[in-house]
Design a protein around this ligand. Structure first.
Ligand SMILES: [Mg+2]
Length: 246
């Protein structure tokens, strides 16, 4: 899988521009989207985040939880608050939180998901991962699911960048994903994410967006994207034009 190029001005690497594509691009969120919320990976992550806050900011457990929740709400990512307000090193955070998760005990290959993705017409559609995690975590998840070979690349939150972290739902992040994937026309961009904020922002950016709301989770009062789905299998219907004729 090709790594994302670093085009947000935050790094000085000379990553080549993506080869322009005439295909449509289907962007997939990873966490709580390619695997179900019932795996409770987010809960485990929350525990590690609270622990990290306590150990690095010398705060009480109560304060740690409060800060974590506030940064998550304000920035969509706890790490962004840590970097902005506490000068925390995001790479160290990534190592102690995301990379410390025992994912191999939780995530197993998913043949049904693999079949769904294989049924997308890759002659017409470029498949691209689009996550707010760092690349090490994203790569680990898709590898454990047994689908890493099906994607042509990944746009991730670059924790190694020196400036403010760029992540969904900021419009610049969607623009970055398009540059990474080599697509110029928003009309050719498709997206699925379990985050209402991210799905809404994608739609506002001109993408065709599906918001995944599993039956166990509470959905928004009114749909925030073009489609609200309860299961990824519904992509076959709502984005039927992306699939091989059956
Ligand atoms: Mg997600």
């Amino acid at each position: 899988m090709a790594a994302s190029t670093h085009l947000n001005g935050a790094t000085t690497t000379t990553s080549p521009l993506a080869t322009p594509t005439q295909k449509s691009v289907f962007f997939f969120d990873i966490d709580n989207c390619l695997y179900p919320k019932s795996y409770k990976i987010h809960d485990r992550m929350s525990l590690l985040i609270d622990k990290y806050f306590q150990e690095n900011l010398s705060v009480t457990p109560e304060e740690a939880t409060k800060l974590h929740q506030r940064y998550y709400k304000d920035y969509g990512l706890a790490i962004e608050g840590l970097v902005r307000h506490h000068k925390v090193d995001p790479m160290e955070y990534n190592e102690k939180v995301d990379d410390a998760l025992p994912l191999d005990e939780i995530i197993k290959p998913n043949p049904k998901l693999r079949k769904l993705i294989q049924d997308i017409d890759r002659e017409q559609v470029k498949l691209w991962l689009f996550t707010n995690a760092y690349k090490t975590h994203g790569e680990r998840v898709v590898k454990l699911l047994g689908i890493e070979h099906l994607f042509e690349g990944m746009t991730y939150c670059d924790y190694a960048a020196e400036t403010n972290l760029l992540c969904k739902p900021r419009p610049e992040m969607y623009a970055k994903a398009m540059r990474d994937a080599g697509v110029e026309d928003v009309e050719r961009c498709y997206f699925v994410d379990d985050s209402g904020l991210n799905a809404k922002a994608a739609k506002a950016f001109g993408w065709k967006a599906a918001h995944l709301v599993e039956p166990m989770s509470q959905g928004p009062e009114a749909p925030v994207a073009d489609f609200q789905i309860a299961d990824l299998e519904e992509l076959r219907t709502v984005f039927a034009e992306l699939f091989k004729p059956s």
